[in-house]
Every structure is written in C-alpha cells, then in structure tokens.
Design a protein around this ligand. Structure first.
Ligand SMILES: Nc1ncnc2c1ncn2[C@@H]1O[C@H](COP(=O)(O)OP(=O)(O)O)[C@@H](O)[C@H]1O
Ligand SMILES: [Mg+2]
Length: 225
C-alpha cells in the first residue's frame, strides 16, 4: 500500500503555478528523495501532503484514503499521522526541548504519564536527555536538528517529510545527520519523503529519486540503476 500519494495535483499562487499535473507515490517504509532546483514546487508538494493547504485540482491520499481533493481538506493535518521537519526547523524558541516534544502529544490527547515516558525515551534515543529543560536557541545546529527530528518522531508518524533540513550545515555535520536519519528510519520504519536540491544528498538517503522541474515530475529512478 502507498503511504503518501499526490494524484494529478495542481496548486497555484495568483497566476503562478507552483505545481501542475504533479503525481508522486511513496510506499510504506520507502525512502524517496524529491530533487529539483529552487522554485520548482518541492515545498508546495510537502505542504499539500502535510495538510497545510488543499490542492486546486487533483487528490492527496495518505495510507490509501483521500485526505484532500480539489479545494477541500478532508482530513486535517493533525490527523494524518505525518511528521514534518521544516527547512528552518521552526522549533518553538519560548518552549524548552521537552515542551517542543510535548506540544503535539498533548494535542493528540496522550495522557501525562505516557507523554513523559515517550518524551524520555525519544530524548534518550537522540542523546538530548540532558537538554530537556533547555531552550532550543542555546543548542548547537546539530542538536537543534535532532530536536526537530525528535519532535516529529515522538508522535510515531507513518511518514516523515523533510524539507532541505541539512542544507545550512557544514559537510561533517551533514554527513553525520544523514547517517542518523537513515538509522532512525530503519528503526521506526516510517516512510521518508526527503526534499533537497543536492544530488549527492538525494543519492545517499533515498531508495528512489524523483526529479522535479517547474511543478512537474520529469524522471524517476533508483539511485543504483
Ligand atoms: N505562499 C506563496 N505565495 C506565492 N507564491 C508562492 C508561495 N509559495 C510558493 N510560491 C511560488 O511557487 C513556486 C514553487 O515554490 P516552492 O514550492 O516553495 O518551491 P521549492 O520548494 O522547490 O523551492 C515558486 O515560484 C514560489 O515563488
Ligand atoms: Mg522549498
């Protein structure tokens, strides 16, 4: 079954078409990279999947069910089981690391003891337990990336969307975090849709690469082939 699907999706802003007849499918537990130049519609594709907007035309499916179609959101973002790591991370600066993780769990109605247990387990997993009561602004770039990952994964999403999360890091940290993402994916088994404009990053992270230009898919292939 596919985890994530865009079917013939169009999305425009004013007269500008960000996506036009765009289709994409990510299987359960599959790792797909969306590769293309700036402005080709990558972030728009993620926003439609996450549920922040509805498509002008076409359908969005998650786990085989329609979650949005032509101008209409059917299933809201918080009920899609999708995690997102934004390009600028968008951590909440006025909350502690623990608070950042707890927010989504509360919104889902997870009871307090269970929240505490899951936050503890997740922070231990990404080696941030000692920073639980720190504000994310005082952490290093790599630690902030791990907070963003932990915040998404503590909700146990079926799929994780990542929007060029490593593009502002130096090479050493970039390589380290790639390995970390691959390890977490193998452990948790979520489907990964990873957006990047960096070929090498796409090849390192994905089972399958989808090339995008001007709001359309132009080529798909497996990195080894
Ligand atoms: N909120 C918006 N308002 C107006 N134009 C937008 C908006 N979001 C995206 N666009 C335009 O849509 C196109 C695709 O944007 P985007 O999906 O962000 O591309 P990418 O992530 O590949 O760089 C770009 O031309 C961009 O300027
Ligand atoms: Mg973008």
């Amino acid at each position: 079954m596919s985890s994530l699907q865009l079917e013939g999706v169009a999305k425009g802003y004013g007269s500008r078409k960000a996506l036009d007849g765009f289709s994409l499918e990510v299987g359960e537990g599959e790792r797909v990279a969306l590769l293309g130049p700036s402005g080709c519609g990558k972030t728009t594709a993620l926003r439609l999947l996450a549920g922040f907007e509805a498509p002008d035309a076409g359908r969005v499916l998650v786990g085989g069910s329609v979650v949005a179609e032509r101008g209409r959101i059917v299933v809201p973002a918080e009920r899609r089981g999708i995690g997102m790591v934004f390009q600028d991370l968008a951590l909440w600066p006025h909350m502690t690391v623990r608070g950042n993780l707890e927010f989504g769990l509360r919104a889902q109605g997870v009871p307090s003891q269970e929240r505490e247990r899951r936050i503890h387990q997740m922070l231990a997993r990404v080696e941030l337990l000692e920073y639980a009561d720190t504000n994310p602004g005082s952490l290093s770039g790599g630690q902030q990336q791990r907070v963003a990952l932990a915040r998404a994964l503590v909700l146990r999403p079926r799929a994780l969307l990542m929007d060029e999360p490593l593009s502002n890091l130096d090479e050493e940290l970039n390589l380290k975090l790639r390995a970390e993402i691959l390890q977490l994916q193998a452990e948790f088994g979520f489907a990964l849709l990873y957006v990047t404009h960096d070929r090498e990053e796409a090849f390192a992270l994905a089972d399958r690469i989808v090339l995008v230009a001007r709001g359309r898919t132009i080529l798909e292939g497996d990195p080894a082939g």
